[in-house]
Ligand binder design. Sequence first.
Ligand code: CA
Length: 738
Amino acid sequence: MSKWTTGWALLVLALAGCDSGDNGTTDAAARETTPPQGSAAQTPPANITRDRLLAADGEPGNWFTTGRDFGKTHHSPLTDINTGNVDRLGLAWEYETFTRRGLQATPIVVDGVMYVSGPFGKVFAINAETGEEVWYFDPQADGQHARYACCGVVNRGVAVWKGKVYVGALDGRLIALDAASGDKLWEANTFIYPERGYASTGAPEVAGNVVVIGNAGAEFDARGYVSAYDLDTGELKWRFFIVPRDPAEGQEHPELEMAARTWDPNSRWDIGLGGTVWDGMVYDPELNLLYIGTGNANSYNQDERSPSGGDNLFTSSVLAINPDTGRLAWHYQETPGDQWDFDSDQPMILTDLTVGGEAHKVLLHAPKNGFFYVLDRETGKLLSARNIVPVNWAKGIDPETGRAILNKEAADYGDGLKLVFPSPAGGHSWNPMAYSADTGLVYIPAIEMGMYTTDTSQGQDHRPRQHNMGVAGLMTSNSPFGDAMPAEDMAKISSGGLLEGAPDPTPRGVLKAWDPVAQKAVWELESAGWWDRAGVLSTGGGLIFQGTGTGYFRAIDARTGKILKEIKTGTAIVAAPATYRINGVQYVAVAAAGGGIPLTMAPPADSGNAIYGNDGRIIVFKLDGGETPVPAKVERAPVPEPPIQTADAETIARGEAVFSANCRACHTQVPGSVAPDLRHMTAATHAEFKDIVLGGKRRSLGMPQWDDLLNDEDANAVHAYIISLAWDAYRAQQENSN
Ligand code: CA
């Protein structure tokens, strides 16, 4: 059981609590602030208002939200850089973040100043013309929550509004900063269940008079909810829960009574049931509605979590909430009774489209479940849906009812191992897509991949603040985790019977230019692998900009998919770029540092992480810019001589079991992983081993404390196991050098 769970953890949830390579980030001397120069100094900073946001197309020099406009199209009208001249693109400036975790945020740029977040919820304000730092904010987040951040201690952006910058720190504090100084104005603790495993990685969203934030942790024992706070004071205005609690306790708000009727009364209320809102919020000032995408249900296996079945509202759904009242306006469930980690948290785009000859205000969405949805955002009614990648969990979406037609035979693993498409990596994940009204196309960084899935929930206890998914799986990628799947199940897979009639299981990362009206791909551009799927920027210059996990920055013809320019950065890129204009010069900016699965814990050999390490950079380009520096290649350090082994074989074996269950998800031996390869521990680290593991000595760096799960004996056994690994490596090294 523990081996199963570990295998699953490695596959899907790679990063429960990785030690951090981040250092030196609080070095005040290196971070003296300078006031913004030039145009930035002329206006009050960060003064985004409702009027300005609604008229964002009239100020194309600015990038007001993580997706530029209120609809978060990730499209800019700027045309200065275009298909005819993009071959002249070069470096304008770069800014080092002094972090080594993934950077996933799209920068916001207002009146000459860039605001962008990084690991743990650190915020960087930078002169967008020169690259000089304006201010830097470190929330000093409690690294304990790294244990509950499945896929890295990342942060997907800030919200900027009327002179304030809002950020969610990893440890659940929502923080309002003065945009001029970076000084903290207020903070609110958004985590209300300290006994459950939560982390905060999403961007807050300003909606009317409130700022809203969700959280992550559906694979652990989190109960999903969003909280709304007064913009100026941080006072809690309302809270909306995504899943009900035990009906015996009564529900907090009326919508939950409706939701509770879609759950077994004897559901596993003790494991939280998921539905976390970790990304994907967008406020619609035209209709005064806040749309949120909700996460998967937990445990994944419905037989366990809600034995009598049901849709299990409001998991895997899009919800429209009135931000003045916190009341639900409509809901649309994309995956009823989710069993496959099909989060609907992916970013949404609001625009206007003519569908079936009628004009609609629409919401475009490509959640993990592999379909592309066009919803009427006034009513929540489905206008159309079509799969963008191979899918077998559903036979389609009923156009009349809007409901997915489940394919139990193909995807219900309750009666045995199944190959399910798409995998929990999603047909599309958090990496932002873009929509260009010029081409009428949506540009989606998609993933084509399946996962062999098995039920392991039999007799599963609630494991507080640990994984409680109750399934195990093996992705169809050539992942290094195959050993985690029991031999009898591996045999079933290799027998070939399961693959009969299934879609091609070869995993691919593919940028798809998708026509949302015709619901079909117009062109596709394959990337280096399923792990290579960075966010997208579209521009009026007819260009798509996208980075790669292999460390390149590309300009692509929006109409044909042809690569027009490629610049080597070395550093892996997963975030979406932004573009803006200052003093008549158009810039294109991207936060570069690989993160997420698998770049964080098992980066492929051709990824930027593996070759160049992962020092975070904000890289900004312009026409006729300079050469882009490429970091030095990472040199593999020798294994230092380990301490003398004093433990017996039994203790070492026990240490291996504890290590596999708790540590191996982060501490791999794969070069370029953010968590250290522990065979390389120095004598000083060996001496502090228990202070680190049990005492939390490196908690501030993101290495959590484990004394709630591991005792002294466990820690000693793990240490003995690491020492034995280190000796193996050290001896091999000595032999090779002789
Ligand atoms: Ca999930």
